[in-house]
Each structure stands twice: as C-alpha cells, then as structure tokens.
Design a protein around this ligand. Structure first.
Ligand SMILES: *Cc1c(COP(=O)(O)O)cnc(C)c1O
Length: 429
C-alpha cells in the first residue's frame, strides 16, 4: 500500500516510510492511495471471529507485505491485550469502553500498535535512532510513554501544556524515565502541537529522524478502526441501524470510524461531539472552516482548536459537504451541560461516565432525536479515575483506584520546562 500526502498527491511513500516520517515533507497528512472494502463474507461471520482475527482482516491491506504476516499477528495480539466491553447504559444506548488498557484511555490501542511497528522497522538498525516527538492534550502522552517504554532505538519526547492536564495524566507521562522525556510547555495544547509541527519542518533537525505519535501518524490512526468493528460484532444481531458518537478533539477516532465505514462496516451515522472547542460544528453550520485558539474545559483531551484529522475526513468525502452531512453530524456542548448529564446518567442508570464520554453521550442523544429507530453507541474514551476530582465532586462518589493508576501515583514527576520553540530546538540538539 502506498500513502500520498494530502497536500500533493505526487508525493507517495510506503507504509514504513509513512510511519517513520509521521508527516509528509510538504507538511501534508498521509492518506492511503486505495481503500478496498472487505468482502461480505467477513461481515457475515464477524460474530464468530476473535478480536485479533478481525483486527488482522481490517489492517492487512494497509500494511501490505511490509511486515510479515506472523509478525503483524503478534503485533496485533500485543496491542489488543485487554477488553473492549459494550455496556448498555439505557435502552438501546451503549457505552463502548475503550479504557481497559495500561494507561486507561483509547490511545493505548494506537500507541501500542505504532510502537511495535516502529520497533519492527528498527530491528536491524544499530546506530541510527528515531525520535518520536508528540504533543499531548492529556492522554496521548501517557499512552505513548507506556507504549514506547524500552523500545530499542526510539527516544520519546512528549510536550504537554503546563497545568492543563489532570494530575494522573501528568504522572503517567512524567514518571517513567528511560527513553521517555517530558517537556512541560508554558502554553496551551495548540502551542505544543505548533512546536511539534515546526520541528518536523526544521531542516537543521533532519538528522534526528523525527516522527510523530499523534493521530497524524498512520500507525496510530489506522488501528483505531478496530474497536468500531468490535462494537458492530456485538450489536449485529439486533438488526437496527447504528449511530456512533465520538467525543472528538483532534478527530482521529472519528476519522478511523469513517474509514471503517469505507471498508464496508455498516454504521449509519457518525456524530462528532465536541466541547466548546467547536471549529467543526461551526463549519457544518456555515461552511467556513475557521479554527480558533483552544479553550480549556473539563474534557481537556478535546481542547483542540484546529483538529488535525479533519482534512482526512474531507478527503474521504471528496470535499463534498452535502454527501458528508448525510453521514455525519457535529455538536458542541458546554462544561455545564457536561456536568449536568454526568449526574443524570449516574442517577438514572448508576453508570459512572467521565467528561469526554459524557460529551459523546450528549451528541448521541441529540442525533437520536432524528434517527429514532437506531441503536446508539458512544465511545467512553477514558476511565473516570483519570478525571478523579471532577467525577468524584460531581457524582459525590469515591472511585476505587485501579492497579495501573496506583502504580504511577506515588512516583516522582520529572519534567523539563520550556517556553518557546527555541527551547525545544536546543533540547533536541
Ligand atoms: C484524545 C482523546 C479524545 C479525542 O480523541 P480524538 O481522536 O483526538 O478526536 C477524547 N477523549 C479522550 C479521553 C482522549 O484522550
């Protein structure tokens, strides 16, 4: 499989090159040259397949022969070493829990898959090193740190906005040591993301073999398709159409869902639910794509003013807004609405959600006013314990601390404070 740059279709690279580069030399995101729907036989028998077998069918065309089949199966098995339960919260409304992995957010899936692909591509390198440079609004940092810890030939540098991630998120990305360094940026997430993008374009850093582990990297983005198939597998029997709502920030998850639909997965409608960082909902309303600086909210992993993956979604619809709107809606919600609905979900069903999942639930409910005969799924993208204070305060509950989180709580934070791109550059040099 070849991947082209969304800025210039003439730039084409292999899967391996796209993973190693992250972003194309012209700053464009990579996109698969050809997307082949999976044969109907696969969908006919999906309920009899294991998660690993499904994942292999889904990803194989995108990797091609660049990783041997047995190795790819091994990578998938190590990536999917936890469960993806679908919990019925109320009649015909399900929470797809993506938080049972090592850092308790969905990003474990992409980060673990990408780390193992990179380790495979590096297996024969003795002296050249890759540097993974990543900006995090909260959960990417921890997932990438955990996924890449100890991976041979890879240095990981994580930029996060000082004071704008939760305590547990900060612990997860600043306490591991070894090949992981955390840079604490005096700014917001978009500042971190801008610095990372600038570094990729900086010729004087070429020798560092920089790559990204944000969802702009295809090895992070593509495996995020897997769990949409896992949800379908469990709901197929009902024979009702499916509406899926993704709490969205950089739009990687929803973009993976739409790609899954291109592979033939029968999802009727997607909802991108956002907090007040509403660039996409505004775009759908007035046709102008007008990104604004991000605002801090209680669903901090979605505090993104200019979602990177939106261009990939537009590519899948040939930039045809009409066609796009048939399959896709996007709604924005305030922190007050999020708090209210967290309480309401808990009161009516006893289910403890967290702010991101709650935003997803809000968008789903809104869409189901139109798709009244459908089954709805919202992604619960992180464990409530990652947003301990806000969840405990809102619901007046005490959450038990899972072992994965317990193990980082007592560790000492180590970060390097930076203010500007020049600081980042001198660190990398
Ligand atoms: C990253 C993240 C999101 C947003 O996902 P995108 O793929 O960037 O849209 C939502 N919720 C949580 C908990 C996250 O960590």
């Amino acid at each position: 499989m070849k991947y082209y740059s969304l800025n210039n279709k003439a730039i084409k690279v292999s899967f391996q090159e796209a993973v190693i580069q992250g972003l194309a030399p012209d700053k464009g995101l990579y996109f698969p040259e050809h997307i082949e729907p999976i044969e109907s036989d696969f969908y006919d028998k999906i309920e009899n397949l294991s998660n690993e077998a499904i994942a292999f069918e889904v990803i194989k065309q995108f990797v091609g022969d660049e990783i041997p089949e047995a190795t790819l199966k091994q990578i998938i098995a190590e990536t999917l070493c936890f469960d993806f339960p679908l919990v019925e919260v109320e009649k015909d409304i399900y929470s797809l829990e993506l938080f049972h992995g090592p850092t308790m957010a969905f990003k474990d899936v992409g980060a673990r898959f990408m780390a193992r692909c990179l380790a495979y591509f590096n297996k024969d390198e003795t002296d050249s090193k890759n540097t993974v440079l990543v900006a995090t609004s909260g959960d990417t940092g921890g997932a990438v740190a955990s996924g890449f810890l100890g991976v041979k030939g890879v240095e990981v540098v994580i930029l996060y906005p000082s004071g704008k991630v939760s305590d547990i998120q900060e612990k997860q990305l600043t306490t591991l040591g070894q090949n992981i360094t955390a840079l604490e940026v005096d700014g917001v997430f978009d500042d971190c993301q801008d610095m990372v993008k600038k570094a990729f374009l900086d010729e004087s850093l070429n020798h560092k073999n920089l790559t990204s582990a944000n969802s702009i990297n295809i090895a992070r983005w593509l495996p995020q398709m897997f769990y949409f198939f896992f949800a379908y597998k469990q709901l197929k029997q009902s024979e009702k159409s499916l509406v899926v709502s993704c709490p969205s920030g950089n739009f990687g998850n929803i973009c993976a869902g739409i790609l899954a639909k291109e592979l033939g997965l029968p999802i009727e409608h997607f909802v991108a639910s956002t907090n007040v960082n509403d660039t996409v909902p505004r775009f759908l309303e007035n046709g102008n794509y007008n990104p604004k600086p991000s605002k801090a909210t209680i669903s901090n992993a979605m505090d993104v003013g200019n979602p990177s993956n939106f261009v990939r979604i537009q590519e899948m619809y040939n930039h045809d807004l009409k066609a796009f709107e048939k399959d896709f809606s996007s709604f924005s919600f305030s922190d007050e609405e999020t708090i209210e609905v967290l309480k309401q979900i808990y009161k009516t069903s006893g289910y403890v959600a967290e702010p991101h999942g709650a935003v997803g639930y809000l968008g789903l409910k809104k869409q189901l006013e139109t798709n009244t005969e459908s089954i709805g799924v919202f992604l619960e993208t992180a464990h409530p314990v990652k947003f301990l204070e806000i969840v405990e305060e809102t619901l007046k509950v005490t959450l038990p601390i899972p072992a994965q989180i317990e193990s980082v709580m007592g560790k000492e934070k180590k970060s390097i404070k930076i203010k500007s791109y020049e600081d980042l550059k001198s660190f990398l040099k």
